[in-house]
Design a protein around this ligand. Structure first.
Ligand SMILES: [Zn+2]
Length: 225
């Protein structure tokens, strides 16, 4: 077993390289921008073949293209059934559904459909570890770009993610309150007040957190008109 977090100091994004060292096969989850050379060096260091580039989600304006990494390694780009592709992506993507197994060496990553932050969000479960993208970024889930669906996020959290064992280690795509890993039990306790309210109450709460237009953005159309 090989597990290597990939930090991008300039974007605060975190990716993860997983490998079976016996079979020398690897996958990478959410490779951060400008980390292709580092990932290639880590693969070369251990003589690993990259099988898949897994994306938990892609935003409509996402410029984090994985084409170069796929081109250099012949790895298959994997996204959710309803996910967009990164802007400028030149690769065919393999679209996977809930429950699909992704095999590398003797290891298996399970696909979980976890919509809410975006319609096509996936999480990946490997051994005792969950790679959830921004599923727990609840405070900013309605960050104004129209992609987030608070009702779907409520269902994802209550019916899917929080049904996993308490000891599951959760690895996000960005630090959660400055931390890079938490147990599912910790997160369940932290989000309990929000999730104990009704689904409609949760949706209302999230919509109220949606950032309001700034004064300059409100004033701009009037000035043009
Ligand atoms: Zn996101």
């Amino acid at each position: 077993m090989y597990f290597h977090p990939l930090h991008s100091p300039d974007s605060s994004q975190i990716g993860y390289l997983l490998a079976d060292l016996d079979e020398q096969e690897a996958v990478v989850i959410d490779p951060p921008p400008r980390q292709t050379e580092l990932i290639l060096a880590l693969l070369t260091e251990r003589s690993l073949r990259l099988c898949h580039v897994l994306r938990t989600h892609v935003h409509q304006v996402d410029a984090a293209d994985c084409s170069a990494l796929c081109d250099c390694t012949s790895a298959q780009l994997v996204v959710g059934e309803a996910a967009a592709l990164p802007r400028g992506c030149s690769r065919e993507a393999m679209r996977v559904a809930h429950g699909a197994p992704l095999v590398f060496g003797n290891e298996v990553v399970r696909v979980l459909s976890t919509p809410g932050h975006t319609p096509g969000c996936l999480s990946y479960l490997w051994r005792d570890r969950l790679f959830c993208g921004d599923a727990f970024d609840v405070g900013s889930c309605c960050a104004g770009d129209g992609e987030a669906d608070p009702g779907a996020l409520f269902d994802t959290l209550t019916r899917r993610l929080f049904t996993l064992p308490e000891q599951t280690l959760v690895f996000p795509a960005h630090p959660i309150k400055g931390r890079h890993v938490a147990t599912l039990g910790e997160l369940r306790a932290r989000y309990a007040p929000r999730l104990q309210q009704s689904r409609d109450g949760f949706i209302t709460d999230m919509m109220q957190r949606r950032p309001r237009p700034t004064a300059s953005r409100i004033a701009a159309p009037a000035a043009e008109g």
